[in-house]
Design a protein around this ligand. Structure first.
Ligand code: BJW
Ligand code: ZN
Length: 252
């Protein structure tokens, strides 16, 4: 289906020489990865993602939390980057623009589309490490064919459980990740915010900070979000429709 580009957004994209794209779960939705706050289906509908994605949740029941992450590893492995991921990779290849991506997503779909990601501010699902000594865990991760409710996590050489390399609530972001995203927003002449509800901080503060420095901010999202009142332009469209349309309209 044709995707109509708001003329001001197209003009901003045409003029921009430094573009920073901030992405959230909606970026990967059309690849088949459920967003974080979508109502869950199946086995996981009985559990609250906010509790599972927390140190308290892990400490209370590591087998439950590991089973949830193992299921998500299976989902990420089985899907492909969508047209939106590919469009950003193509845009970054242009000689007339520097394009940075800072993502909250813990999947590797930007990279698999050919993009270099400046910052994974909430970590990477596939970068497993020991939950106690923090040593990276390199052995293959087994994913059950069918989702299960409990699964024992792998064990590190030190005898403690291995955890996913993601950032849970109350945890610090990976060293340097937020600063890199912030610098990229401040040096941009266009910030695109794609597929995030803008609920989680400090990432959600980036659009406001960019605007405070005079950088125009565009939201691409089919729904209203916490950020909608804090951006310059709103484009109500999905990532996989809007981004290819925009990059195509830029021409060669
Ligand atoms: C589409 C679409 C399509 C659908 N196309 N769009 C300041 C104020 C208040 C609280 C805090 C604050 N600073 C820090 C906090 C506390 C906390 C926080 O933010 N709490 C809020 C809930 C209020 N933040 C933290 O704890 C952070 N750490 C921190 O600040 O450290 C410093 C510190 C430490 C100790 C004490 C004090 C300070 C860490 C946050 C970690 C977040 N981790 C998670 C889980 C990761 C692992 C996992 O996935 O399991 O990250 S939470 C979860 O939310 C995940 C996501 O990255 C994140 C954001 O979600 P996102 O991407 O926005 O997804 P959704 O589902 O919410 O929205 C999807 C959107 O897509 C929707 O808008 C749809 O419409 C749209 N959409 N289809 C385009 N096709
Ligand atoms: Zn260890």
């Amino acid at each position: 289906m044709e995707c109509l580009i708001p003329p001001t957004v197209l003009e901003l994209a045409r003029r921009a020489r430094a573009v920073t794209v901030l992405t959230g779960a909606g970026m990967s939705a059309e690849s088949g990865i459920p967003t974080f706050r979508d109502p869950a289906t199946g086995l996981w509908s009985r559990f609250d993602p906010m509790s599972l994605a927390s140190q308290d949740g892990w400490e209370a029941d590591p087998e439950l939390v590991w089973a949830w992450y193992a299921w998500r590893v299976g989902r990420v492995r089985s899907v492909e980057p969508n047209a939106g991921h590919h469009a950003l990779a193509r845009w970054a290849q242009r000689d007339d623009v520097r394009l940075h991506i800072a993502t909250q997503n813990i999947d590797d779909l930007h990279e698999r589309a050919g993009s270099e990601v400046l910052a994974h501010v909430h970590g990477s699902l596939l970068a497993f490490r020991c939950s106690v000594c923090q040593e990276p865990y390199q052995a293959p991760i087994e994913v059950p064919a069918e989702p299960v409710e409990r699964l024992e996590p792998p064990v590190c050489d030190c005898g403690q459980y291995v955890r996913p390399g993601v950032v849970w609530f109350g945890e610090m972001l990976p060293q340097g990740a937020f600063d890199a995203a912030l610098d990229a927003c401040l040096e941009a002449d266009l910030v695109l915010v794609v597929g995030t509800s803008g609920i989680v901080y400090p990432f959600a503060s980036l659009p406001d900070i960019a605007r405070g420095h005079g950088v125009p901010v565009v939201e691409i999202n089919p729904e209203e979000t916490n950020l909608s009142d804090h951006v310059d332009h709103i484009w109500r469209a999905s990532a996989a429709a809007a981004l290819p349309a925009l990059v195509e309209a830029l021409g060669n």
